[in-house]
Write a protein that binds this ligand. Structure first.
Ligand SMILES: NC(=O)c1ccc[n+]([C@@H]2O[C@H](COP(=O)([O-])OP(=O)(O)OC[C@H]3O[C@@H](n4cnc5c(N)ncnc54)[C@H](O)[C@@H]3O)[C@@H](O)[C@H]2O)c1
Length: 243
């Protein structure tokens, strides 16, 4: 199951995991774009189930967990990709914005991992959970305090669940993307100065594409990654390695 699968990184991961042979539950908040992603996923032949769910709503989360578990007898791989950011100077950040980001970027991945993880334990076939984290697990910039707190928490949650669930052969890892061209970063791409700074600051000399995350996700999802757990893997064109 991939959340946030109607756009950006989630869409690329849903299609990439399908191309690698997975039947995919394509979970998205809005119906628009969903059919297109489902069609692309179905082209690879393993099957797709579309579920519309606003993950901020408890009833929608329950529906998503129930439908996805019932579809093919269980979930083997959960990708927590849905996320939001609210940019504001820390002194102006409202408690509502703080809470919305913490809810969607940290509490929702926990609750979906809990629901799907419980079913993985009962089914006793192991599994893989992949959280989409951020460079903000390691470093940050001004105006993204809530996002930084949530993604930092997500990296630690990843370790916590990995340590608890390794005994059930459930691996829990995070992928931390660098700067990737998506809807979320469009505002940064449109800022010419920032856009050029990213290119000069990134050793690979470019923005990432959502497809850059597919290989690492497939590795973490399948047997080739059988001994990898509790890790946050940075996929950033060398951004964090450079002073
Ligand atoms: N683009 C980047 O540079 C970058 C870098 C690091 C991490 N990320 C992370 O990657 C993930 C995907 O982001 P993206 O860049 O593809 O942007 P995006 O805006 O295209 O994707 C975010 C997804 O989350 C979904 N979403 C938001 N609120 C939701 C809700 N209430 N219920 C259900 N779904 C909801 C959106 O519908 C969308 O599909 C996010 O967790 C983001 O923090 C992105």
């Amino acid at each position: 199951m991939v959340t946030g699968a109607s756009s950006g990184i989630g869409r690329a991961l849903a299609q990439g995991l399908a191309a690698a042979g997975a039947a995919v539950v394509v979970a998205a908040r809005r119906r628009e774009n969903l059919e297109r992603v489902v069609e692309a996923v179905e082209l690879s032949g393993a099957g797709a189930l579309a579920v519309c769910a606003d993950l901020a709503r408890p009833a929608d989360r329950r529906k998503l967990i129930e439908k996805s578990l019932a579809w093919r007898g269980g979930i083997d791989v959960l990708v927590n990709c849905a996320g939001i950011n609210r940019r504001a100077p820390a002194v102006d950040l409202s408690v509502d914005d703080w809470q919305a980001v913490l809810d969607l970027d940290l509490t929702v991945p926990f609750l979906l991992s809990q629901g799907i993880g419980r079913a993985m334990i009962e089914r006793a076939r192991g599994g893989s959970i992949i959280n989409i984290a951020s460079l903000c697990c390691q470093a940050t910039r001004p105006r993204i305090a809530a996002y930084t707190a949530a993604k930092g928490g997500l990296a630690q949650l990843t370790k916590s669940l990995a340590v608890e669930w390794a005994q059930y052969n459930i691996r829990v890892n995070a992928i931390a993307p660098g700067y990737i061209r998506t809807e979320m970063t469009q505002v940064l791409i449109d800022d010419k100065e920032f856009h050029d700074w990213i290119i000069s600051r990134t050793p690979a000399g470019r923005w990432g594409q959502p497809e850059d995350l597919v290989g690492p996700a497939v590795l973490l999802a399948c047997e080739a990654g059988a001994f990898i757990t509790g890790q946050t893997i940075y996929v950033d064109g060398g951004f964090l390695a450079r002073l």
